[in-house]
Design a protein around this ligand. Structure first.
Ligand SMILES: NC(=O)C1=CN([C@@H]2O[C@H](COP(=O)(O)OP(=O)(O)OC[C@H]3O[C@@H](n4cnc5c(N)ncnc54)[C@H](O)[C@@H]3O)[C@@H](O)[C@H]2O)C=CC1
Ligand SMILES: N[C@@H](CC=O)C(=O)O
Ligand code: NA
Length: 823
């Protein structure tokens, strides 16, 4: 025997009732015996409560609502029952509605709605829906038997939430099923959910989860093989899909897990109401009436082998935390007994409790609507302790949420809490309180409400590992490097997803004219088009505000500009737990204090600030240096060629060619700064060596860098880029003479930056064939680190140090390393 229970949405419309009938017909063909329990049509129970209230207040409009309910039921009859059979059914239903109206008339006369009367009013919902569905089935030639559960389920007189008398109820159900002749001859019982009656036959209701409870009671009494709960979703999910779009179906779950998850808000089933079935070890299958081939969720004593350590995540979105603390609580027996005794006496439900082993404080979570009441109660109860200073003021914290991670797989498995706290930490979610039951199947954390969505998604992402973890990107600057980066990421998108388990989502993109933000993501192959058509006028402050407002997990801000103003936002972003990646050198080459502040902010927030491409583009220069520093090496000297542009120029400038033309070539090849004067003036190199010096532990300021100017005065003074190129043309002889001078000694021109004895110099030198800097080509950079450990022979990094592809790939590598860190 199987019990099928259909919820309110399953019987809520003509279409859905057709589905229900199909499912019932299918079960008949499968030759299993079964009973059906039905809820009221969706929304009807609430309408009946409303009608009851209106009648009590003498508001005659209640009759309109009754008509609406009546019409809804009549529509089903008209749609699903053949015309010649309709009048009999309509008369029957009208009879039931008349009974309801008589009752309401009485209520409106005496102006009183007792819980007992309200239960009777509510019972009409299930009585109507079940009667109609029974008739619909009968009209198809299937024998169906309407069963009013008030004759089967006997309860006490706690109207609204009646307690079942199981001895009596089980007997009645068993007798009914054994003796009813229609059932004996293949009739299908259709039973009203939610309702029962007292020994004096007064109607009662079973409280929350009512019809599930009915199914469970019937199933347990008949020792059913299974109970199928037909609802409107594909079973239970790993998280609320409205909050976590990546949530997916849980195929099998234990009773205990279902209990924990639903306590924290997963509303698909209400497990306490399934207790009678659990007690008899009857499995419960949660299924979708609107997607009947989906296998849904099986709830049973033991779950199948799991792929994941946790089973699901749920939350209570709004709670308040009450904190009771004081020195008088330490080692004093009975404080918590008194505390929770008082709360129980006042029917305050406590959602979570946490006490540190110091016993100095106890905090507990409650519904925020009860917070003030709780404070008043405790202030009164503990007034003596408070006046003696044994207990401090009772404080209430609001705007908090609880997240529960639940799963039998967490039992005796270490590292789960670590993983949970770490992912929250990396995303800047502060944990206000924690609780873990000794059953070890639930770890609950209390966090600020504004971080709820971010936290749920981040936790889901990290625990359900086989799904790729999302990396949310915001890019500013879509010039050479920015656009190359997006092209590279687009080309690697699938690889990142399958091999690195990273799903890149470009949430925001901006150039100087337009910006576009879309939390669902901007496609990596049509960002340019969308930015153009959907973008709004760029405002960096607004862009940053929006990033903070979205508060998405695993977020990275990428600055691919050379803008000076943008860097003021880095600290703000890091402080909001958003990692920053940039090839822009401005932030790290300003004041030392600013450089340190950014490092510290990133460190404190547990996010990353990465800028490998600040020096030598994609060459591993900063990472190498940081590795040496971290392992305790000391820097004695750094000697380097750090300008790809100047390297290219001196590698290609020949006597008789135009110096300006070579500079133009370097610009066209994408080696120069947006403004090539930065390269030729030595400014770009100054920034880079300053950054290296700082990374090597020397707290230098920009003024500590001495640049021996390479350019004639007229070039330096050129007010615009075109004027600059003109001056380069005008001074070609000067550059020719530099070249000739070096050539006369069989040497090559090199623009060399040196850090030694805490001093930085940058100058144009000429080097002979014996010098390691002699053999360079293209845009090569070379860095030579002399350290305590690399003293006799320096550590050298060499290779192309400018250009779109190598720079973008360096930025890309930084972004991916953040992805791996966050995940
Ligand atoms: N080209 C190279 O080989 C290397 C470049 N870099 C650095 O990469 C950065 C970008 O360089 P490129 O792409 O070559 O320059 P680019 O001039 O092609 O691109 C920069 C883009 O940023 C935009 N931009 C500037 N300020 C902005 C703002 N406030 N909001 C939005 N967009 C803004 C500009 O309109 C431009 O489109 C620079 O900081 C540069 O120093 C670093 C290493 C190597
Ligand atoms: N303009 C720079 C690019 C890298 O930072 C250079 O020429 O090296
Ligand atoms: Na680099």
């Amino acid at each position: 025997m199987i019990v099928l229970k259909f919820g309110g949405t399953s019987v809520g419309s003509v279409e859905s009732i057709k589905q229900v009938i199909n499912i019932i017909e299918q079960h008949r063909q499968e030759d299993t015996t079964f009973a059906v329990v039905l809820s009221a049509m969706s929304g009807v129970t609430n309408q009946l409560i409303e009608i009851g209230r209106m009648a009590t207040n003498g508001n005659p409009d209640y009759l309109d609502l009754v008509r609406r309910i009546e019409d809804r039921h009549f529509n089903v009859i008209k749609a699903l029952i053949p015309v010649k059979e309709q009048s009999k059914v309509v008369a029957n239903i009208r009879g039931v509605i008349n009974e309801l109206e008589d009752l309401l008339r009485g209520v409106s006369l005496i102006r009183e709605l007792t819980p007992r009367t309200l239960d009777l009013i509510m019972s009409f919902g299930e009585r109507l829906s079940t009667a109609i569905v029974t008739e619909c089935i009968k009209s198809r030639g299937i024998p169906a038997v309407f069963c009013d559960a008030r004759q089967l389920i006997k309860t006490d007189t706690q109207f609204g939430q009646a307690e079942v008398n199981y001895t009596l109820t089980n007997q009645l159900i068993q007798d009914f099923f054994a003796r009813n002749t229609s059932l004996q001859t293949g009739g299908i019982p259709l039973i009203t959910g939610f309702i029962g009656s007292t020994e004096k036959n007064e109607t009662t209701t079973l409280g929350r989860g009512g019809s599930d409870y009915t199914a469970s009671i019937i199933g347990a009494a008949l020792n059913a093989e299974r109970i199928d709960i037909w609802t409107d979703v594909d079973g239970m999910m790993t998280a609320d899909p409205r909050k976590v779009p990546n949530a997916f179906n849980i195929p099998s779950i234990t009773y205990a897990e279902a209990m924990e998850l639903s306590h924290f808000g997963a509303k698909v089933i209400y497990p306490p109401s399934l207790q009678p079935a659990f007690a008899r070890n009857i499995p419960i299958q949660v299924l979708n009436t609107f997607n009947p081939t989906h296998t849904g969720t099986m709830v049973s004593r033991t779950a199948e082998r799991r792929q994941y350590t946790i089973t699901g995540i749920s939350s209570i979105d709004d709670i308040a935390l009450v904190n009771v603390q004081g020195s008088g609580m330490i080692g004093v027996a009975g404080v918590s007994a008194k505390l929770f005794g008082v709360l129980a006496a006042n029917r305050i439900s406590v959602i979570l409790i946490s006490q540190a082993s110091s016993e100095h404080s106890i905090c507990f979570a409650i519904d925020p609507r009860a917070a003030q009441q709780v404070k008043d109660i405790l202030d009164t109860e503990f007034s003596v302790e408070m006046s003696h200073g044994h207990i401090d003021n009772i404080s209430i914290e609001r705007d908090l949420s609880i997240i529960a991670t639940v799963g039998e797989g967490m039992k005796k498995s270490s590292g789960i809490a670590g993983k949970l706290f770490s992912v929250l930490g990396k995303n800047g979610v502060n944990i206000v309180a924690v609780a873990q039951g000794s059953s070890e199947i639930n770890i609950s954390v209390v966090i600020n409400k504004n971080n709820l969505s971010k936290a749920l998604n981040a936790i889901h992402n990290v625990f359900f590992q086989s799904e790729a973890r999302i990396l949310n990107l915001y890019l500013v600057g879509t010039g050479l490097i920015g656009s190359t980066l997006l092209r590279q990421i687009c080309a690697q998108y699938e690889f990142l997803r399958s091999e690195k388990l990273l799903r890149v989502c470009l949430v925001g993109v901006s150039n100087t004219k337009k910006m576009l933000l879309d939390p669902k993501g901007v496609s990596l192959d049509d960002w340019r088009e969308r930015l153009l058509t959907e973008g709004v006028t760029t405002s960096l402050p607004a862009f940053v505000e929006q990033i903070k407002y979205y508060n998405l997990p695993n977020s990275v801000f990428i600055d691919c500009t050379s803008d000076k103003d943008i860097v003021q936002f880095y600290e703000l972003l890091l402080d909001a737990n958003i990692s920053v990646v940039t090839p822009n050198k401005v932030a790290n080459s300003g004041s030392f204090a600013e450089y340190r502040r950014l490092q510290k902010t990133a460190l404190n927030r547990g996010v990353k600030f990465l800028y490998e491409t600040n020096v030598g583009a994609g060459l591993p220069i900063i990472n190498t240096l940081q590795g040496l520093m971290t392992s305790g090496d000391r820097f004695l000297k750094i000697e380097a060629i750090l300008s790809g542009t100047l390297s290219y120029i001196f590698n290609n400038f020949r006597s008789g060619t135009s110096f300006a033309a070579i500079v133009r070539e370097a610009k066209e090849k994408g080696y120069t700064e947006p403004d090539p004067r930065e390269d030729l003036s030595g400014m770009d190199v100054a920034r880079k060596i300053l950054i290296l010096a700082r990374e090597a532990g020397f707290p230098l300021e920009p003024d500590d860098v001495t640049i021996k100017n390479l350019l004639p005065e007229a070039c330096t003074a050129a007010p615009t880029i075109p004027a600059f190129f003109q001056e380069l043309e005008n001074n070609n002889d000067y550059f020719e003479s530099l070249l000739a001078d070096a050539g006369s000694r069989n040497e090559k021109l090199r623009y060399v930056a040196t850090l030694e004895n805490e001093k930085v110099t940058i100058e144009l030198r000429s080097v002979g064939p014996e010098h390691p800097f002699y053999m360079l080509s293209g845009s090569d950079n070379i860095v030579s680190f002399t350290t305590e450990r690399y003293k006799d022979r320096p550590l050298v990094v060499k290779g192309p140090g400018a250009g779109a592809e190598v720079t973008a790939s360096g930025v890309f590598a930084d972004v991916v390393s953040i992805g791996s860190y966050l995940a």
